[in-house]
Design a protein around this ligand. Structure first.
Ligand SMILES: Nc1ncnc2c1ncn2[C@@H]1O[C@H](COP(=O)(O)OP(=O)(O)OP(=O)(O)O)[C@@H](O)[C@H]1O
Length: 299
C-alpha cells in the first residue's frame, strides 16, 4: 500500500548563517491529523526551522513540501493550506479592534462568508467579549489567542505555531491545547515548538528533539492500546524482528528500549525462542519530560 502524501514534509533541510551551520540534515513529516512537537534547548534551532517551514527564511539546502508540493518552487497553492503564528504574539494593527483585524486578514485572503467565520473563530478562542475593543487594550493572552484566531481563520490544513502557549495563564494554556487537539482530530496537521513537554504530552503524536541544529530523535507517543517496553541485547535487531511477529504492533526504538503494543506474552516468547537475552519487560509509563532531559543532557 502506498503511503498517503504527508501534509508537511521537510527533507534534508539545512541552514547556514554565514559559514556557521544552524540546522543540518533535518528530515521529518507530519501527517494529516497528527500533532508534531519540536522540542530543544535554547538556541537548538526551533525558531529557525519554523521560519524555514513557513517560508520566512530560505534553507541553504533541502526541500519543504506541503501537501506534496515544494513550497519554494511555485508552492503558492500549497502555502494557501498553511496557517501559522511565527513570532508570537502576532503583529496586529493596535488601533483597530480584534474583529477589524480579522476582517482585514479575511478580506486579503479572499475568504467568503467572512462575518460568520470571524464570529465562529472569536467565539472558539473566547474573544467575543473583547472583539470590539482596540487590540492595543488586549492582554498578552488575548493577543496570543487573536494570533491563533487569525491563523485558523481560513481553515488551513496545516498549522505551524512557534511556542503557542508562551505568556499564557494556565486557563489560556489549556484552551490552546484543547483547540489544537480538536483541530488535529478534524484532520489538520499541527506542528508546534514548545519548552513545555508535560503540557503537550497528553495529545501530541510525535516529538522531534532538536539539539545542536540536528534532529536527535523522533519520539512517537502512543495514544492507542497498551504499550510496553523491554530491554534486550541488540535492541535494533530485536525491534526489527518483533515487527515481523503477529500479535505485536507499532514496534519502535526509544533510546535503548524497545517499545511495542500488543501481547507482552507473545513478544517475550518470540524473543526467547530466538535466543535474545531479555533483561526486563514492563508496561510503558513514559514521562516525556524526564526522557527529554536525559536525552539532551550531553548535547
Ligand atoms: N538571523 C540570524 N543570524 C545569525 N544567527 C542566527 C540568526 N537567527 C538565529 N541564529 C542562530 O541560530 C541558532 C538557533 O537559533 P533559534 O532561534 O532557531 O533557536 P531556538 O531553538 O528557537 O531557541 P529558543 O528556544 O531560545 O527560542 C542560535 O545559535 C542563533 O544565535
Amino acid at each position: 500500500m502506498s503511503e498517503a502524501v504527508a501534509a508537511l514534509e521537510a527533507e534534508r533541510l539545512g541552514k547556514k548563517y554565514g559559514r556557521r551551520p544552524v540546522l543540518e540534515n533535518i528530515t521529518f513529516a507530519v501527517q494529516p491529523g497528527e500533532v508534531y512537537a519540536l522540542a530543544g534547548p535554547n538556541g537548538s534551532g526551533k525558531t529557525t526551522l519554523i521560519r524555514l517551514l513557513t517560508g520566512l527564511a530560505f534553507p541553504t539546502s533541502g526541500v519543504v513540501r506541503m501537501l506534496g508540493q515544494d513550497v519554494y518552487n511555485g508552492g503558492y497553492v500549497a502555502r494557501r493550506a498553511l496557517g501559522a503564528v511565527v513570532e508570537a504574539p502576532a503583529a496586529f494593527y493596535p488601533h483597530l479592534t480584534g474583529r477589524q483585524n480579522l476582517e482585514m486578514i479575511a478580506f486579503l485572503t479572499g475568504l467568503s462568508k467572512m462575518e460568520t467565520r470571524i464570529r465562529e473563530v472569536l467565539a472558539r478562542l473566547e474573544l467575543l467579549s473583547v472583539a470590539d475593543q482596540p487590540v492595543r487594550t488586549y492582554s498578552l493572552g488575548q493577543r496570543q489567542r487573536l494570533g491563533l484566531a487569525s491563523a485558523i481563520l481560513h481553515e488551513p490544513q496545516i498549522l505551524i505555531l512557534d511556542e503557542p502557549t508562551s505568556g499564557l495563564d494556565p486557563q489560556g494554556i489549556n484552551k490552546v491545547h484543547e483547540i489544537l487537539a480538536e483541530l488535529a482530530w478534524k484532520g489538520v496537521a499541527v506542528l508546534l515548538s514548545t519548552h513545555h513537554l508535560r503540557e503537550v504530552s497528553a495529545y501530541v503524536d510525535k516529538v522531534g528533539i532538536l539539539g545542536g541544529g540536528r534532529l536527535l530523535e523522533e519520539v512517537k507517543l502512543s495514544t492507542k492500546g497498551e504499550t510496553y517496553r523491554l530491554r534486550v541485547d541488540d535492541p535494533a535487531r530485536a525491534a526489527a524482528f518483533l515487527k515481523t511477529v503477529p500479535g505485536v504492533q507499532n514496534v519502535s526504538l526509544r533510546g535503548v528500549n524497545v517499545i511495542f503494543e500488543g501481547s507482552p506474552n507473545v513478544a517475550l516468547a518470540a524473543l526467547v525462542r530466538e535466543h535474545y537475552q531479555v533483561q526486563f519487560l514492563e508496561p510503558d509509563y513514559f514521562d516525556l519530560y524526564d526522557y527529554y532531559r536525559e536525552r539532551i543532557k550531553n548535547v
